[in-house]
Design a protein around this ligand. Sequence first.
Ligand SMILES: *Cc1c(COP(=O)(O)O)cnc(C)c1O
Length: 302
Amino acid sequence: MPLESEPSPVQELHLDLATERDIRVYVKRDDLIHPTIMGNKWRKLKYNLKQAIDDGKDTLVTFGGAYSNHVAAVAAAAQEYGLKSVAYIRGEELNEHSNATLREASNQGMEFRFVERSRYNEIKLSPAEVDDPACYILPEGGTNALAIKGAAEIIGEINTEIDQIMVPYGTGGTMAGLIAGLGGQCHVYGFPAIKGSGIEESFAQLLHHYHIDYVNYSLINQWHFGGYAKFNHDLIHFINIFYDENNIRLDPIYTGKMFFGVWEMIKNDQIASGTKILCVHTGGLQGITGFNERFHDLIRFT
Ligand SMILES: *Cc1c(COP(=O)(O)O)cnc(C)c1O
């Protein structure tokens, strides 16, 4: 895949729910960018890959949990661009066969260092490779200045008139990029997939750190389903029905929760009649195989 990819499509959904209220719903299909370097992970890696290659690095080094979409994307990108890759994975009991994400990354040539949970945060701050000039280090989740620059490019690909943008939220890097790219136009709603106090504050700090000054955004903290990677039957049912009705696959960690939240907002008339909303499909589909292995094929597609 060349470092420049085609713009992903913007697709309108035809939903009775929305039509009845004169709301129009569009999806930015970043899940279609690439089968493995997918969605926001591609956006966030793009300029980092350019930088690594320009700097003559030969190895990408990163960090993550055992099912991390970011780790999966780094492994796929490294293979595609002829780089080596190393990931520090949280959990010393794991190995490269532990789940589908790790198996696939291992097949793509990624090397793992499985580390104790108690030491993981410390290692993240200064991995052994930190002084190795051949290594390019990517933070956990992939958010840095170049990631935000990549995510901002989503905005330039939207040729439809839009009033509000909806996006899943993990570290907030993608949302920060959208806000930067919009330059103050449109309200952005972020849907945290994590539960925690202080998300507002850490996002405000993130924006401040990257000199993004716009304040027309909101974090909707209601749809984390108990926290990161937590789910219930309603969420899984929603994801399966959504696929049947729209032929779009959602993942249970990020995009499923966001769309569920958006649908609730529409149903509860929290989105004004006449509004045009754009939901960013940030990908994440690599995780479904591993999810289904653990939870007996609850999701009806892979
Ligand atoms: C990683 C990820 C996110 C979170 O992105 P941030 O930039 O960390 O907020 C959202 N959606 C999907 C599918 C992801 O893989």
